[in-house]
Structure formats: structure tokens, C-alpha cells
Design a protein around this ligand. Structure first.
Ligand SMILES: Nc1nc2c(ncn2[C@@H]2O[C@@H]3COP(=O)(O)O[C@H]4[C@@H](O)[C@H](n5cnc6c(=O)[nH]c(N)nc65)O[C@@H]4COP(=O)(O)O[C@H]3[C@H]2O)c(=O)[nH]1
Length: 731
């Protein structure tokens, strides 16, 4: 794999080398191809040339030989005589290509056959004419025939003249130069016997030449109109008069040039294409690597990023934590991990929808991002859980400051689609390295602190302490106990009468749960309701309470007892249960109990957790005919003005205000004001925890409508309530 990896410059270098190599090879191939064509042509030309030369050679030899034959005849006849004309005639006829035969005793032409047309030559002095003198003298000296020409003939055409020296008494001491016997050879005829003219038409060139016997200069006897080209072959004709040369050529230059250009163009094109292909192949692994890198980065981002909020995720935290811790250790700094989730976020998801839930999470993510410092890391750990790793702090105070900022930032209302959502969060803080040095321990401990923050009423932060381990353990055990108690039917509903402060008439009751614990005896709700809420068991328990209460009303009806209004406590988790309304309807239907016989007591803090949702739910319940009561009023943050927007029938003033009515003038003023304001809003008021006659009287004076308290009765069993025996009020 490593070998296949190429850097871009290397790929370019190799591609260039390939380009040059292929170009050079292409050039060489073109060149050698041309050379091969040249050599093919040369061999072809050689063949043609040899064939034509042999034709010429044969014809010329016989033509030249005629001069020798004539010379021999003169020698035989010891000079010329009457025989010449006859003899010459026969000779011309038997040997083609001879224009005429001549005799030149002492070098002066005296006889010509045929004479006609050649008369001008009679008397021509061969030896004395400067043009021929040297060759003539050499001929005589060496007893060798010589040639003159080409000569343009008077009657047209071109000829060469071979002249053979004639010696009388040859080979004896009396040897005597007699003169010359000449044959005028008609070149045109001679050439006609060859294919040279035809070849010329076919694009060949030729040249027939001889060397001047004396000057050695080349004399061209015949040639094509087009001069010879470079690619030519020559063949020597061995003739009695010496060696002649026939050259044949073929003009291939243009063709070769064209082939050369084509070859070079093809070579460069092929080289270019191949080197590009090579480059593409070589950079393929590079591209692949880049692609793999990109994809890996994308995957890494996906693996490390929460797709919804864009915040880093748990894995990123896990991978980056060791480095942060190591850096801090070196710089003698500490860190902290804040672990938190949104209080009752499930309610938004379940009732308003996951889309809104998602948007809320995105907004929360943005807010957290704005809060963080350079060395902090904000992560989404899943669902509505977030974490902040404070990378560079020196004490708990700084962690607490940051936690407060988170609380504030989450509390700021979220506006969406003309609606406002108020969230809160609970935070657990683990100091690092004090509370753990690996992510699992740190998160476990921060989670325990978070759990405590929820138990303590949410909307706050808690630092982890070692004792939490024990309480967490206890919580888990408590959850198991609650499940078991439900299975074993250890819970029982008690009923505390509610009465009219002005008529003393008991019009209803509050249903209050009790746990008949097999070991601890009667356990009161304050000892297990908050546990049930924090473990989520409250929904199951709430359902049991609802069914038991409605069943009790049904039973009373069956027993012919008067109708009462039964107030049932609802936990905030039940409000966010999307099936709650259906569930209530089903139970009322099942037990045939009219809706106006039940009322729901909801604490103002539960309502404030999500006022929009609460308003919608309470409205639905109210429309069914159910009485809606606000419990523990005055303990939360709600104001009376908020009440006017809620479908509330009854306001329950918290026991803490009633308790000190006799002694605390402030409480008196508050209670009086609450009652007056509630009445203005058409809301009835019930005072909780009336324990004394004095409290009763005061409340009656304040125009409080109803009351509930030990002064009249504690919460009692169903049987006791039915009998009315529990009422201790003596007035
Ligand atoms: N000192 C004193 N106390 C008085 C007096 N009159 C009534 N109380 C007590 O005050 C509490 C009134 O109920 P709450 O405010 O709804 O407060 C309730 C309610 O919030 C919750 N709870 C009780 N039953 C249920 C239930 O079935 N479901 C849910 N979700 N919560 C319940 O537990 C809380 C405590 O219930 P309990 O222990 O039954 O305590 C009851 C009742 O026994 C009085 O004159 N003096």
C-alpha cells in the first residue's frame, strides 16, 4: 500500500519522464520507419536500376561493338573499299540503335552510311578538333575505343559516337594507325528499348552518365526532366568504351517528410495521452488517500459530534479528557465536570412534540456554547443531558460560578412560535481529580450529585460528596421497595375532610396516601413521595391513587352515601404524562363516577415548570367538569396575576401561612390579601392546616371559603371517614 502512494510532484515527474521517453521512442520509431521505407525503396530502385542497366548494357555493348566490328573489317580489308556501304547496311540492320557508321581515315571522316542527312560530317577532322583531340589521342595511344557525345543530331534526337581506332598490320612491327571506324548510336532508340521513360512518368528520375576519358568529368548522356532526388541508386554499365553509370531515384522527400511529421505528431499525442493516463493512475492512490482522509474526517466529525446541536459528544469528551487532565496536572491546575439535564424536559417532548423538544435542545446548546471559556468543553451526552468540562480552574468557587451561570442561562425564557417556555436545570458537579480521574468515575459522581440536586427540588447545583454514594444506594433500594409495596398492595388512601368555614359543612376531602410498611408501620407521604418522584415511580403510584380514589367514590355511591368532592394530589410527572387525560376519562367511565366529584390538587411549582402545558391540561380537565385546585399557594413564585390566566377553581393557602396567623401580622395581611384577590378572580379559597379555633375564626373573618386541618380532623381511613368518627371539632 505504501509503495503505491505517490506524492503529486513525483507523479508529475514520472509522467514527464514517460512523456519524453515515449516522444523519443516515437521519434526513433518514425525515423527508423522512414529509414526502412528508404531502404525498401533503395532496394526497389536497385532492382529497377539493375534491370534497366542490363538492358542498356546489352544494347550499348552491341552498338559499340559495331564500331569495333567495322574497325576490324577495315583492318581485314587493309583499308576501306567498296564493301563499306553493304557491310554497314547489314551491320546497322542486325544491331539496333545505330544511326550511322563512319570511316575516318587519318581521323578525317570520309565515308558515312547512310550518308543522307549526315553529309555535313564528311571531312570532319576528329583528331584535330580540340574537343575530341585528347580522347582521340588517348584512344590511339591505348588502342582503345572512345566515345563522344551526347551529340544533338541534325535530324533530331541525341546520339553518342563510339570511335574505334583502326590499325593496319596490328600486332606487327609494321603496325600503322589507319584512322577511326565510328558508330553513331542513337540514344533515343536505345532508351526506348528500356522502361526509363515509363518509369519517369511513374515518378522516378534517372540519369545516364559517363566519364570523360581524359578529363574524367561526368557527362550526362540522358536524364529525366526532374533532377535526381536524394534517394537514388546507381548501377555501373560495363561497356567496351568504359564504365557508364545509370542512376535511378524516386522523390520520396515529401512522402517521408509527411510521414515524419505524422509520426512525430502521433508520438507526441500518444506520449501526451499516455503520460496523462499515467499521471491519472499515479495520483489515483493520492486521490484515494485524500478521499479516505476526507471521509475519515467526516466520519470522525460524525463520531465526535452531536448531529442535533453540533456540540461535541460523549466520545469526544472521552478522547479529549486525558489530554486536559494531563495538561492541568502539569500546570498544577484543576478541572471540574458539570453534569446536568433539563428539569422535566420529557414533558415538552411528550406533550408538545419532539420537534419543539429538538429546537429547545439546540437553543440550550447555543446558550451553553456562549457561556464557555476557551479551555472549557461543552458536550451533549444524549437526550437532554449535557456536560461542561471546566478545563482550567483553581477552586470550587469558580465551578460554582459557572454552574450559576448555566442555571441562569437555562432559566431565561425560550420564545418559539409565539409561545414562551421556561426551563430549569439541575446540575451535579464533580471536581477533578478530587472526585475521580477517569471519565466513568467522574461522570458517575457528577451524576450522583445531579440526582441529589433533583431530589433537593431541582433548579440548582450540588457538588459531589462521598456521602452521596450511600444515599444513592439508599435511593435505589427505596425504588425497589416502592415497586414491591405496589405489588404487595401496601398502600392505602386516607381522607382528610374539607369543610365550609361558614356552615361547618363537610363538602369534600383530600385523598392522602399512606404506606402500611410491614416493618416501619404507617409511613407518611413526605417520606416516600419525593423518592417516588425522583425515581419515576410516581406515575405508577399516581395511577394507583387515582384509581383507588375514584373507586372509593364509586363505593360510597353504591353504599348510598352523600356525594363529596374528592381532591386528589397530582405530581408534576403526571401532568407531563401524555396519556393522563385519557386515563382519567377511562377510570371515570369504568367506575361510573361523574367528573365533578373529583378535583385535582396541583402545586404551583408543578404548574410553573411549564405554564403553557399546565394551562392546556388544566383547561381540558376543567372542561370535563373536574375541579382544579392550586396546592401550597404562596410557597412558590407564582403571583396572583398568573392565576388569572389559569382555569383554577380553588386556591389552597399553604399551612405555613395559617400556622402563625394568630402571632404574625404579616401572615395575616398576606392571607387576607390572597383571599381578597382570589375572590376578585372568582376563585374560591381553602386554608390548609387549621389547628385552632382562633385560626378558623380569623379565616372566616377574612372571608376564606373553606378549611382543612387537624382542628376538625386528620386524614382518616375510608371507613373512619364514612362514619364521620374522626371529627374532633367540638364547637
Ligand atoms: N401539621 C398539620 N398537618 C396537617 C394539618 N391538616 C392537614 N395536614 C397535612 O398536610 C398535608 C396536606 O397535604 P398536601 O399539602 O397536599 O401535602 C401532601 C401532598 O403534597 C403529598 N401527598 C399526599 N398524598 C399524596 C398522593 O396521593 N399523591 C401525591 N402526588 N402526593 C401526595 O404529601 C404531602 C403530605 O401529606 P400528608 O403527610 O398526608 O400531610 C397532609 C396532611 O396530613 C394540620 O392541621 N396540621
Amino acid at each position: 500500500m505504501k509503495k503505491a502512494e505517490f506524492r503529486q510532484p513525483s507523479a508529475l515527474f514520472f509522467s514527464l519522464i514517460a512523456f519524453f521517453a515515449i516522444t523519443v521512442f516515437g521519434g526513433y520509431w518514425t525515423q527508423s520507419n522512414n529509414e526502412s521505407i528508404v531502404s525498401q525503396h533503395q532496394s526497389l530502385l536497385g532492382g529497377i536500376s539493375r534491370t534497366q542497366a542490363s538492358v542498356l548494357e546489352r544494347r550499348l555493348s552491341s552498338a559499340f561493338t559495331s564500331a569495333q566490328i567495322l574497325a576490324y573489317e577495315v583492318e581485314q580489308n587493309n583499308g576501306y573499299g567498296e564493301w563499306f556501304s553493304n557491310y554497314a547496311d547489314k551491320l546497322i540492320k542486325s544491331i539496333g540503335g545505330i544511326e550511322n557508321l563512319q570511316l575516318a581515315p587519318d581521323g578525317i571522316i570520309s565515308d558515312i552510311y547512310p550518308l543522307k542527312g549526315n553529309e555535313a560530317a564528311i571531312g570532319f577532322d576528329i583528331i584535330s578538333t580540340p574537343r575530341f583531340k585528347d580522347e582521340a589521342m588517348l584512344s590511339i595511344k591505348h588502342h582503345k575505343m572512345f566515345v563522344i557525345g551526347p551529340v544533338a543530331l541534325v535530324q533530331g534526337g541525341v546520339a553518342v559516337i563510339s570511335r574505334a581506332p583502326v590499325f593496319l598490320n596490328r600486332g606487327t612491327q609494321r603496325e600503322l594507325f589507319w584512322g577511326f571506324a565510328s558508330a553513331v548510336i542513337y540514344l533515343d532508340n536505345l532508351l526506348e528499348a528500356t522502361q526509363l521513360k515509363q518509369l519517369e512518368q511513374e515518378g522516378y528520375q534517372y540519369s545516364l552518365s559517363r566519364k570523360h576519358a581524359a578529363t574524367k568529368e561526368t557527362i550526362v548522356l540522358s536524364s529525366s526532366i526532374t533532377p535526381l532526388s536524394d534517394i537514388q541508386v546507381s548501377t555501373n554499365l560495363i561497356l567496351p568504351v568504359g564504365t557508364w553509370t545509370l542512376r535511378i531515384s524516386r522523390a520520396l522527400d515529401a512522402q517521408l517528410k509527411h510521414r515524419k511529421i505524422t509520426g512525430y505528431v502521433i508520438s507526441i499525442t500518444v506520449a501526451f495521452l499516455l503520460s496523462i493516463a499515467l499521471y491519472a493512475i499515479l495520483i489515483q492512490p493520492l486521490k484515494l488517500r485524500t478521499l479516505v482522509k476526507e471521509k475519515t474526517a467526516e466520519l470522525q466529525e460524525l463520531a465526535y459530534k452531536d448531529p442535533l446541536t453540533g456540540l461535541p459528544n460523549r466520545r469526544f469528551l472521552q478522547d479529549s479528557l486525558p489530554k486536559t487532565l494531563y495538561d492541568n496536572q502539569k500546570r498544577k491546575r484543576i478541572s471540574a465536570f458539570i453534569y446536568f439535564d433539563l428539569d422535566n424536559f420529557k414533558r415538552i417532548n411528550d406533550t408538545i412534540g419532539h420537534d419543539v423538544g429538538d429546537q429547545v435542545l439546540v437553543i440550550v446548546g447555543d446558550r451553553l456554547n456562549k457561556l464557555k471559556h476557551v479551555s472549557d468543553l461543552v458536550v451533549r451526552l444524549g437526550g437532554d443531558e449535557f456536560g461542561i468540562l471546566l478545563g482550567d480552574i483553581s477552586n470550587e468557587k469558580q465551578a460554582a460560578k459557572q454552574a450559576n451561570q448555566v442555571l441562569e442561562s437555562i432559566r431565561a425564557p425560550i420564545k418559539m412560535d409565539n409561545k414562551e417556555y421556561i426551563l430549569s436545570t439541575s446540575l451535579g458537579i464533580a471536581m477533578i481529580p478530587e472526585h475521580g480521574y477517569d471519565l466513568v468515575t467522574i461522570m458517575q459522581n457528577a451524576d450522583m450529585a445531579l440526582y441529589q440536586a433533583k431530589l433537593m427540588g431541582k433548579n440548582q447545583y450540588i457538588f459531589y460528596t462521598e456521602t452521596m454514594k450511600i444515599s444513592t444506594h439508599n435511593l435505589i433500594k427505596a425504588e425497589d421497595d416502592l415497586s414491591l409495596a405496589l405489588q404487595r398492595n401496601e398502600f392505602e388512601m386516607y381522607y382528610q375532610p374539607q369543610f365550609d368555614l361558614h356552615t361547618d359543612h363537610v363538602f369534600g376531602a383530600e385523598a392522602l396516601i399512606r404506606w402500611n410498611h410491614p416493618e416501619k408501620g404507617l409511613v407518611f407521604p413526605n417520606d416516600f413521595i419525593s423518592l417516588a418522584e425522583s425515581t419515576g415511580k410516581i406515575v405508577q403510584l399516581g395511577y394507583w391513587v387515582l384509581e383507588s380514589s375514584i373507586a372509593y367514590l364509586a363505593k360510597r355511591k353504591d353504599e348510598g352515601r352523600p356525594d363529596i368532592l374528592l381532591h386528589i394530589n397530582l405530581a408534576s410527572e403526571q401532568l407531563s404524562d401524555p396519556h393522563f387525560v385519557t386515563l382519567v376519562k377511562e377510570l371515570l367511565e369504568k367506575y361510573q363516577v361523574p367528573a365533578h366529584l373529583i378535583g385535582f390538587e396541583i402545586t404551583e411549582t408543578s404548574i410553573l415548570e411549564d405554564i403553557h402545558l399546565a394551562r392546556y391540561l388544566l383547561q381540558t380537565l376543567k372542561e370535563m367538569g373536574i375541579c382544579i385546585a392550586i396546592d401550597d399557594f404562596g410557597t412558590g413564585y407564582s403571583s396572583l396575576s398568573q392565576l388569572k390566566n389559569l382555569p383554577v377553581d380553588l386556591l389552597k393557602i399553604d399551612r405555613s401561612f395559617v400556622m402563625d396567623l394568630e402571632n404574625d401580622p404579616d401572615d395575616r395581611k398576606i392571607v387576607e390579601a390572597i383571599i381578597a384577590m382570589a375572590h376578585k378572580l372568582n376563585i374560591k379559597v381553602l386554608a390548609e392546616g387549621i389547628e385552632t379555633r382562633e385560626q378558623w375564626k380569623m379565616l372566616a373573618e377574612f372571608q376564606c371559603d373553606f378549611g382543612q386541618g387537624y382542628y376538625v380532623s386528620k386524614a382518616v381511613t375510608a371507613d373512619e371517614f364514612n362514619q364521620g368518627t374522626s371529627v374532633i371539632h367540638q364547637d
